[in-house]
Design a protein around this ligand. Sequence first.
Ligand code: ADP
Ligand code: MG
Length: 699
Amino acid sequence: MKIPKGFRYAGVACGLKPQRRDVALVVSDAPAAAAGVFTANRACAAPVLDARDRVPAEGMRAVVVNSGNANALTGPAGLEDVAAIRAAAAQALGVQKRAVLTASTGVIGVRLPAHKIVEAMPALLEQLGDHADLAAEAIMTTDTRPKMTAREVVLGGKAATLTAICKGSGMIAPQLATVICVVATDAAVTPKLLQEALQRAVSRTFNMVTVDGDMSTNDCVLVLANGLAQNPRIAEPGPDLEVLEAALSDLCGEMARAIAADGEGATKMLEVVVTGAPTEEAARDCARATAGSPLVKAALFGSDPNWGRILATVGARAGTRGWAIDPFQARVTIQGVPVFGGGAPVDFDREALKIRMREPRVDALVELADGDARATAWGCDLSYDYVRINADYASMIVQKPDGMVAKEENVASYSPAFKRTLLAEALKYIAAFSGQVAVIKYGGAAMVKESLKEAFAEDVVLLKRVGLKPVVVHGGAPEVTRALEREGQRSEFVDGLRITDAASLPLIEMVLSGKVNQELVALLNRREAGAVGVSGKDGQLLRAKKLQHESGRDLGQVGEVTEVNKDFLRMLLKSSYIPVISPIGIGEDGGSISINADDVAAAVAAALGAKKLIYLTDVPGILESYPDGQLLRQLSAQDLAQRIAAGAITGGMKYKALAILRALDGGVERVHVLDGRQPHTVIAELFTDRGVGSLVYKQ
Ligand code: ADP
Ligand code: MG
């Protein structure tokens, strides 16, 4: 992304949140004109109290923004914490304290451990560069994606750039500046004109977004303009100011829409346009009220073209605010389809419109006949997840002794109703699975990241405790690749299969059977799982023959399973052991042969007559197309086979899919492909009605 001259960005993790970036620094190398708009909430946060009276101003050099903690409503300590951050940034950058602005977002009412931000200054300083992306990531809260954008303009013959980073998500309502947004530009402009332009831009953009109608304590939009574009300084209204303001509006508009689309729990964005209003104020009020109506939002979630709720909202505003609006004269259009006009409902194809309302963006147009003012507002739907996030979220926040605020992932902290549903659902499944064999192929991120490893081990042990009989088959691709690299060998893959020459096999075997297998067994047995590590050579567990790849290519010592010694496995299961199998088999010549773990898991599951076969991988599941397709939640073996034939499933997933088909053919009832990058997916898939990944069933 283009960054204005003389601006540098950084974003690091300082421990306000566990394991995520949580503090950003934006620096201007030259003194900048600054402007800002702030929340109208009187219960506002300390950084807002601090910054509000210091802009518009000249000579600003830096903005520090943290997420994880709002530094709001914490008493007099709040302003002391702001002062400590300003002092630390000023000292680190060699600028004056008054040249530093701050903003905070996150949990309200918990003292900000400012020392963590102070201690992060060296790391921020070191990182400073064109890292707007890292800064945008560091200011996220419940946002699901970072938000940033840039515009380029010509002012007085000079090219200038504007760049914004922004966060939104919940507690977002109009009538205030909303959200946290930092705009940097190299345009030269006086603070006064910059402030006026910003206020107008915000009134048309951020002030027209509503996610939940709740006014934040922390919202602010700050702009720094350092003049390094060397345009003649804008000091009077005129064409240059108009160009700058238009770019600022455009930039803020894009951020406002991004916020609406990414509202807490949102599945789609709503744009409401009101035209023909008697005044601009009336137009804005009606547009915002419509975008913010809980009934309109709930209808939107259900893709219900419920125009009555739209008209009712407009009529209610006209009645309460006294706008000279006659709703009976209005025309209402949803997704371009007229639904009300001429004082009466219009006939329309409800089913067709419902389908069109499933799109990620829905447009509602209300054409009044009472004047010529217009306004646009943005909002989002109201989903089950909004309530889930906000009902369960607050009770889950816990403060650690060092000031870190983390989410407590503990069922005890969920709302009673949610807990009841969850447990009742889970217990139903537990009863159904008791005594069943479940084969789990373990691989990818779940094998690498420490916290995910622990969560996996917990899940396996839990499965056993509730009466399932887990069998674990592991891959080990990353470890093997690293070991081969250390020996100066590069790995080549065909459909997720590593081409393996006879010379590298001993090393591969040592890594898989010796290292990866033993570590996994130890991880499980720290929880007294009763895990037993076996390779396919132990007890002649896996017999294999050299694999003939469909491409005709010779893959070397890569085999496919021909026979599983199921008596050996049954004996282990009967004695309550958890077999942990490394994917090395016995070849036709009696020597070792490497087998893809997907194939081993499928063959073992079929041999044991397992009800369940679970693949943990590094994608959400089987996707319609890779990488951007939708997740296929449920599909039949036949459907899967057709998708393979159509070429929609390739690479490692193709090999996995073929193994899945073999397993289903061999009698396995259900195969799950799960995202191993999320903790506890195995439990979430098995013990809930709507699983988390893809389920493939026989027919
Ligand atoms: P694993 O470690 O789980 O065996 P692989 O890399 O062998 O992982 O296989 C999964 C990969 O398959 C994905 O990361 C992706 O690159 C690829 N792939 C190809 N098509 C699809 C698809 N339709 N859905 C999901 N993944 C796909
Ligand atoms: Mg693979």
